[in-house]
Design a protein around this ligand. Structure first.
Ligand SMILES: [Zn+2]
Length: 74
């Protein structure tokens, strides 16, 4: 469904950051998520490294794309 107000601005997922997101960080926790499950965080230019490093340090598979791009698997 398309909203009358147009797309809302997408904001960075980092706590306390309200900056417009330009990246999407797709990830999965292999311990609780199946292979076809993908979680997505949004990230601004400043926090994309923080968020992807945080996930990678937990041995989660991570894929970073421009915001709005979907991935089927990570
Ligand atoms: Zn941010």
């Amino acid at each position: 469904m398309i909203g009358a107000d147009g797309p809302a601005t997408q904001r960075c997922s980092r706590a306390g950051c309200g900056t417009e997101a330009v990246f999407a960080v797709h990830w999965r926790n292999p311990r609780i998520h199946g292979e076809d499950r993908v979680k997505t965080w949004l990230a601004c230019d400043e926090h994309v490294g923080f968020l992807s490093d945080y996930l990678a340090s937990r041995d989660f598979p991570v894929t970073v794309t421009p915001v709005g791009e979907a991935v089927e698997r990570v």
